[in-house]
Each structure stands twice: as structure tokens, then as C-alpha cells.
Design a protein around this ligand. Structure first.
Ligand code: PAF
Length: 297
């Protein structure tokens, strides 16, 4: 299918080979390429990634976003069917953020009949979300490697809210020698500190108010660390108490080595406090790298 133009004036490409050819042409014309893989339902966090991409490739460069709800990263009991799909609205937002090209393939194009290939990253995917969402990261690394095969050399931008995802994709890109520079962009937050997520729309007013305790609890941990406390277990326990008071259920609240994601042991390593909790039926994740990032609130 030929690229076509939607009312928003953003160039929309549906066919993977057309997308690949478009970016090859851009590079031949001397443009640098920034690429933001998404599943749509765009919000300010995604637009920040696009703007960061623009800043990195300059006004002459090309900024591309992919919008694809990737079925292989959803478990059987997850929200694939109800995941928001709103391409027209997303295209308007892309235009407002100065995106040049939107790649919006259908599932059959990305997973052709008879496909049987998966990309797996081992240790980094084992803890945290890997425990609670079996197969999730394999779905992510499979689709992102396909997307990188299409995009070719580029700078690719991911939100650090999905800290483990960012680190896994970075590892995969290095291991597969892909010609992509992976950049993690700091989390964008609402005024009350809640990390932006396409899933926040599912929160009721009461749940949203409860969820605001998440950035407050992370802020507590940041301030403890800044004041010199290094008892990661004690800080974790306090965050645990605070979050269990507002959460419907807790998947994990853990301090991990920020690079290997192994258990945090001592000050010779960097520390990330990562959490995943459900408020109502909505699963929220967040994190902060202690001693490096400021308190969310
Ligand atoms: O973070 C997301 O939106 C998705 O996991 C990604 C990276 C686009 C892969 O489908």
C-alpha cells in the first residue's frame, strides 16, 4: 500500500516494506532518523519522546512513530482486547508534536502467516515484571527487533517509566549488534506526580487519588537516600507499608541493582526502586533511581 496522508497531515504508512523504504530514502537524503515505538493511545509522555527525538536529529531530521498494539506482549488474562485504539486522535497529536511519519501496520503484516520466530533476553527479563507477566518481554523484544529491522540506523526513544523494558531493549540492541542508539527518556508525570500511562484513563476519581500515593512513596525513598540512608530493606519496607494502604494488590516493591536488575546488595552498585501495584483493576508501574533522580513529588 502506498503511503497516504490523513487529515492531520502526518504521513501514515501501513506496509512494513514501505516504512523501511521511506526511512532508507530519508537517510540517503542525508536525514538522521529518530524513532519512537508505541502502542498508541498517545499521551504527553509519548509526545515528549517525539520531541526529544526531534531535538536529537534536528529540524532537518525525520521523526517516526510506530503505533501497533502488539498481541504477543499481552498474557491470556491481560487487556489486549480493551487496550485503547484511537488512531485518528493519535495522528492529530503526532502532527502537533512535529512527527513526520507514523507507521501503523496491522497484525498480519507484523506477524505473517506461519511466523515462528521469537527474540528472548534472559536474566534481565527474569525479575520484576518478568515474574508477573510471563512471556511479556519476549513479545516486546520480538516486536521491537522487527521494528528496528524496518527502521534501520536511528536513535530510538523509550520512556524510563518502563524501566525494565528500557534496559531489556538496550541489552537486546547491543547483543544483536543492531545499528540503533537506544535512549531512555525521564518519566513524564501528572501534576500530582502520577507517572503518565495509557492505562491511567481506567482509574476512577477515587482510584486516581489513591494512586497519587505512589509518587509520594517514591519521593519518601528518594529523600531518605538523599539524606544518607542506605538501608535499602528498611526504605523498601516503608514504601511497601504505604503502598499496601492504597493498593488493591501488590505485584512487587523492590530495590534492585539499577544495571543488572539483580537484588541490590551494597553501595558499590546503583539502586533502582521499582514498583508494580494494582489500584482497582488498573496495573500501575513506576520507579526511581535512588541518588540520581529527584523526588517525583
Ligand atoms: O512501551 C510500549 O508501548 C511497548 O511495549 C512497545 C515498546 C512499543 C513494544 O510494543
Amino acid at each position: 500500500m502506498d503511503p497516504h496522508t490523513e487529515p492531520s497531515a502526518v504521513e501514515v504508512i501501513r506496509d512494513p516494506r514501505d516504512f523501511q523504504a521511506r526511512l532508507i530514502r530519508a537517510r540517503h537524503a542525508g536525514q538522521r532518523v529518530a524513532f519512537v515505538p508505541t502502542m498508541g493511545a498517545l499521551h504527553e509522555g509519548h509526545l515528549t519522546l517525539a520531541r526529544e527525538g526531534r531535538a536529537r536529529v534536528g529540524p532537518e531530521g525525520l521523526v517516526a512513530i510506530s503505533i501497533f498494539v502488539n498481541p504477543t506482549q499481552f498474557g491470556p488474562n491481560e487487556d489486549l482486547s480493551k487496550y485503547p485504539r484511537e488512531l485518528s486522535r493519535d495522528l492529530v497529536l503526532c502532527a502537533s508534536a512535529g512527527v513526520d511519519v507514523v507507521f501503523a501496520p496491522d497484525t498480519a503484516a507484523m506477524y505473517p502467516e506461519g511466523e515462528q520466530t521469537r527474540v528472548t533476553v534472559s536474566s534481565l527479563t527474569a525479575p520484576l515484571c518478568g515474574v508477573f507477566r510471563p512471556g511479556h518481554f519476549e513479545g516486546v523484544t520480538t516486536i521491537v527487533s522487527k521494528l528496528f529491522a524496518l527502521s534501520g540506523p536511528c536513535v530510538a526513544l523509550f520512556g524510563r517509566k518502563d524501566y525494565q523494558q528500557w534496559r531489556v531493549i538496550e541489552r537486546m540492541t547491543r547483543d544483536l549488534l543492531l545499528p540503533v542508539e537506544v535512549v531512555g527518556v525521564p518519566t513524564v508525570r501528572e501534576a500530582n506526580g502520577l507517572a503518565l500511562s495509557s492505562r491511567n484513563r481506567y482509574l476512577s476519581d477515587d482510584e486516581r487519588a489513591r494512586a497519587a500515593e505512589i509518587p509520594r512513596a517514591l519521593g519518601y525513598a528518594v529523600r531518605e537516600w538523599e539524606s544518607g540512608a542506605r538501608d535499602a530493606a528498611r526504605i523498601r519496607d516503608e514504601v511497601d507499608t504505604r503502598l499496601r494502604a492504597i493498593a488493591t494488590s501488590v505485584d512487587y516493591i523492590e530495590v534492585r541493582d539499577a544495571d543488572t536488575l539483580e537484588h541490590y546488595r551494597d553501595e558499590s552498585t546503583r539502586a533502582v526502586l521499582a514498583i508494580a501495584v494494582r489500584v482497582g483493576t488498573t496495573r500501575l508501574i513506576d520507579n526511581v533511581v535512588l541518588g540520581e533522580e529527584s523526588a517525583p513529588v
